[in-house]
Design a protein around this ligand. Structure first.
Ligand SMILES: C[S@@+](CC[C@H](N)C(=O)[O-])C[C@H]1O[C@@H](n2cnc3c(N)ncnc32)[C@H](O)[C@@H]1O
Length: 217
């Protein structure tokens, strides 16, 4: 009991989700704080996206390209969802997992893998902050530890699109600063915020039927 109390207060004290991004980012070492504004989701955006994605308790949310874990940490602290992040940069995965352990954040985990190694069907809802853009825009790279190329952008986008299209009706997706080009047509945009940069989507059978009937002879 005492242990549980300690855990929850440690989480509240350590994660300043009601404060500023600068306060929140104190959980990170200086080199990560320096790149946070450009590469990681702002607090208010993460809270809005997470609250949309977690439509019921224990919803399994996947952040595709979780970086230093900021979106997952905010989601885990502000909703009743269970958050997972996949990330191709191993040092960021190790950092995220060590922060989760240190702060006793239980409903979050980080996996070192490329998106191509993940079956989206194991999750219920998805978050994307323009993860593959570094393959087509030089200034968007966190560092030079991974291989980048326009053909990888095409492969990652097309894999993600095809996996999303196999998800059941009602699947929720949130995208931030992400081109809708690889979002399947049967996802309907239900809301937008942050000057149109945060888009909230839901997979909708109606759109699919409409498209099928349009294609019928
Ligand atoms: C813009 S950052 C977003 C970080 C995090 N989602 C957030 O909002 O705080 C995109 C991340 O995606 C990761 N990434 C890019 N391509 C990936 C891939 N194919 N598989 C896994 N991670 C990838 C990058 O290493 C980077 O850390």
């Amino acid at each position: 009991m005492l242990r549980a109390l300690f855990k929850s207060s440690a989480k509240q004290i350590a994660l300043h989700i009601e404060g500023t991004d600068e306060e929140f980012d104190r959980i990170y070492p200086r080199n990560i704080r320096r790149i946070s504004e450009q590469h990681f989701t702002p607090l208010n955006v993460a809270k809005t996206a997470a609250s949309f994605l977690v439509s019921r308790p224990a919803t399994r949310v996947l952040d595709i390209g979780s970086g230093a874990g900021k979106f997952c940490f905010v989601g885990a602290a502000s909703t009743k969802g269970v958050f997972a992040g996949i990330e191709q940069r191993e040092d960021l995965v190790n950092l995220s997992n060590s922060i989760a352990r240190k702060l006793h954040i239980q409903n979050v985990r980080f996996i070192h893998t490329n998106v191509m190694g993940i079956a989206l069907k194991e999750f219920d809802a998805f978050y994307l902050f323009n993860p593959f853009y570094e393959n087509v825009k030089a200034g968007e790279r966190i560092d030079d530890t991974v291989l980048v190329s326009p053909s990888l952008f095409a492969s990652y986008s097309s894999y993600t699109r095809s996996q999303l299209s196999e998800m059941p009706e009602g699947t929720r997706l949130a995208t931030y600063y992400t081109s809708p080009s690889f979002i399947p047509n049967d996802y309907r945009q239900v809301e937008s915020s942050s000057d149109g940069h945060l888009l909230l989507w839901e997979k909708c059978l109606f759109n699919q039927k409409t498209r099928e009937s349009q294609m019928a002879p």
